[in-house]
Ligand binder design. Structure first.
Ligand code: NDP
Length: 609
């Protein structure tokens, strides 16, 4: 007789598939061959769980307000305010259960509905484990099997259709019922505080992150030094710059001024204030959405400076020094962030940056949302000094090109690079709210990785094409310029419409404008689109982004590979990111994700990958 920990009839806490939420369940049987317990949730759902997904009730600390409602169907809550449109947004499905009145209806029909509609609502204070980033390495999706019911053939067909088939919401009343029922279902509060240590280390763990701290600044210096050379061929390694040529106090002062100016714009009481996703303690931080205003104000300041004949190409002349100043600033900021994170309460630490290893946590970021009063350091750095700085640098390169080559108008190549990248930055600032649900905000802490990425990598590496064009003029014809513009527009169209399609669907799945889209329902309550852009490839937004990246490099011609660094690096970044997201989605959605992958086999590039 195999040993089993829980007896039939025992009331225990069972983990809901694809989540770290535990609900009160009753053990109904045990399969000693498969070593799986059959458990029954309070809403009638029956699942087979591994022993590791079951805990005794005594191991849970019940809070008074939660103790009486361990069944998701009994909790009360209001409909969540808004569904964020963002990428990487957390699973915010909601659990559905049969209501009291439905309990008296036909049992088999009820089973069908419960199987397909029992949707878990992740706890509001469970953000840390959203985005498929559990702290623990527990996985139960594949081990947790929805028990097949012995149903009449017609009901079986119906169940299969309801649970798995693709459906158009236009014609499918049933689906509308499903979504409309959301109003009646209730939110679930967590009943256990799961330890928040980061177990799965990324970026090569301690050694990898240690090396990255040196490798990233070295790469920036290498790229910029290469760009300065007359012949920036890969084999033509640039000489090491003299140390004193890398630093100038005035440049550092200008950089700090720039940072402070953006901070002042950020603090201006203009723009709406929105709430971020719930934190692990249930709180939601408030964020002011005024990045686009900051951009307009910056444009005005730059316009005034130009009017008074301030020589913006100073930026070009001291580009390397600016990059070094930004790197020094980001290093100092990271040290400050790490030191202050040591005093931060456990619940405010980042789920991705709480490994206990100094170097790893320093790199990823130990504290999730470091704030000075209401000034959110990470959110501020994400889109403002670096991203807006990128546009200003591009403009400085354009002016430098005109000055150095005595041009009355910038070259066509320079105009294309400036325009394409300006569009990208304006788009990001216009859709600023979307950043609140990205992995950067909800999962990674604020440490060296983001500080350096936001303040150095984005402005100084992403502007490489414009920097290159100043020293390496490239002539392109109008037809080629037109073809590259079309390519950029195609990329932008795919990027924007794919992101909007998903964001709108996440915000309001019942939106009549999306009625023609089909989706696979998942156990979390969120659907996976299988038509439209998300039915074309699994990350159409990445495809669009990569097409744009190529369009940014093409104006630089084919003499050197250097201006193609961005597109090559970006493909690697997005392929790696896609793999991370794939891993997270598999954990979140289990079988439904596998069905999605079968239906949409290509990940980013159609017919390739
Ligand atoms: P994504 O916008 O790709 O979001 C991925 C999430 O979308 C998944 O975790 C899942 O989350 C949801 N999802 C996946 N498939 C489906 C589907 N079929 N139907 C509905 N929802 C689905 O996240 P990123 O943050 O990686 O990218 C956001 C944008 O930022 C992209 O356009 C990317 O190109 C760009 N980017 C730019 C960078 C740069 O340096 N320029 C760097 C990184 C990204 P859930 O189900 O929980 O909603």
């Amino acid at each position: 007789m195999p040993s089993r920990k829980f007896a039939d009839g025992e009331v225990v806490m069972g983990r809901w598939p694809g989540s770290v939420l535990y609900y009160e369940v009753q053990v109904t049987s045990y399969d000693d061959v498969a070593h799986l317990y059959t458990v029954k949730y309070k809403d009638g759902t029956e699942l087979a769980l591994k022993e590791s997904d079951i805990r005794s009730q005594s191991s849970f600390k019940h809070r008074k307000s939660q103790s009486s409602s361990s069944s998701p169907s009994r909790r009360s809550s209001s409909r969540s305010r808004s569904r964020s449109r963002s990428p990487g947004r957390p699973a915010r499905g909601r659990r559905r259960s049969a209501s009291q009145s439905r309990e008296h209806k036909d049992d088999k029909k009820k089973t069908i509905q419960e199987t397909s509609l029992a949707l878990p609502k992740p706890s509001e204070n469970n953000t840390k484990r959203y985005n498929g980033e559990p702290e623990s390495t527990e996985k139960n999706d594949t081990s947790c099997i929805i028990l097949e019911q012995k149903l009449k053939p017609d009901l079986e067909v119906k169940r299969v259709l309801e649970q798995y088939s693709l459906r158009s919401r236009k014609d499918d009343k049933k689906t509308e019922e499903i979504y409309s029922e959301k109003k009646t279902f209730v939110a679930v509060k967590p009943i256990e505080k799961v330890p928040t240590k980061t177990k799965e280390l990324e970026f090569g763990g301690r050694i990898g992150t240690f090396m990255m701290i040196f490798l990233l600044p070295a790469t920036v210096l290498y790229l910029l030094s290469m760009c300065k050379q007359d012949d920036p061929s890969l084999l033509n390694f640039p000489p090491l710059p003299a140390l004193e040529s890398l630093w100038e106090g005035k440049v550092f002062g200008i950089f700090v001024l720039w940072f402070l100016l953006q901070a002042v714009f950020y603090l201006l009481p203009i723009g709406k204030v929105v709430e971020g996703l719930p934190l692990s303690n249930g709180r939601r931080l408030q964020y002011r959405i005024n990045g686009f205003y900051a951009f307009i104000l910056t444009a005005a300041v730059v316009g005034v400076l130009l009017y008074f004949e301030f020589e913006l190409h100073y930026l070009y002349d001291h580009f390397m020094q600016f990059a070094v100043s930004a790197a020094a600033f980001s290093l100092a900021l990271s040290i400050y962030l790490y030191v202050r994170s040591l005093k931060a309460p456990e619940e405010e630490l980042a789920p991705g940056g709480n490994s206990g290893y100094f170097i790893y946590d320093f790199f990823i970021g130990h504290e999730l949302n470091p704030r000075i009063g209401s000034f959110d350091l990470k959110y501020f750095c994400e889109l403002r000094p670096g991203l807006i700085g990128w546009v200003v640098i591009n403009l400085a390169m354009l002016l430098a090109e005109m000055k150095i080559h005595n041009l009355s108008v910038p070259s066509l190549s320079m105009i294309l690079v400036n325009s394409f990248q300006l569009l990208y930055v304006v788009d990001a600032l216009w859709n600023e709210e979307a950043v609140l649900t990205t992995m950067d905000i909800t999962h990674d802490g604020f440490g060296f990785m983001l500080a350096f990425g936001d303040l150095v990598w984005v402005p100084f590496v992403y502007s490489l094409q414009a920097f290159y064009l100043v020293g390496h003029p490239t002539t392109i014809t109008w037809p080629i310029a037109a073809a590259i513009t079309v390519l950029n527009c195609v990329g932008y169209y795919i990027f924007r419409s794919a992101n909007s399609q998903k964001n709108n669907f996440r915000r309001n799945p019942a939106d009549p404008k999306l009625a023609n889209l089909k989706f696979i329902p998942t156990a979390t309550g969120k659907g996976l689109l299988v038509t439209g852009w998300w039915g074309f490839v699994r990350h159409p937004n990445y495809l669009g982004d990569i097409i744009m990246a190529l369009a940014w490099s093409l104006p630089c011609g084919f003499n050197h590979i250097l201006p193609y660094f961005y597109v090559i690096y970006f493909i690697c970044l997005l392929v790696h990111r896609e793999a991370r997201d794939e891993h997270h989605c598999k954990q979140k959605y289990g079988l439904a994700w596998e069905r999605y992958c079968q239906r949409v086999p290509y990940r980013i590039f159609p017919y390739v990958y």
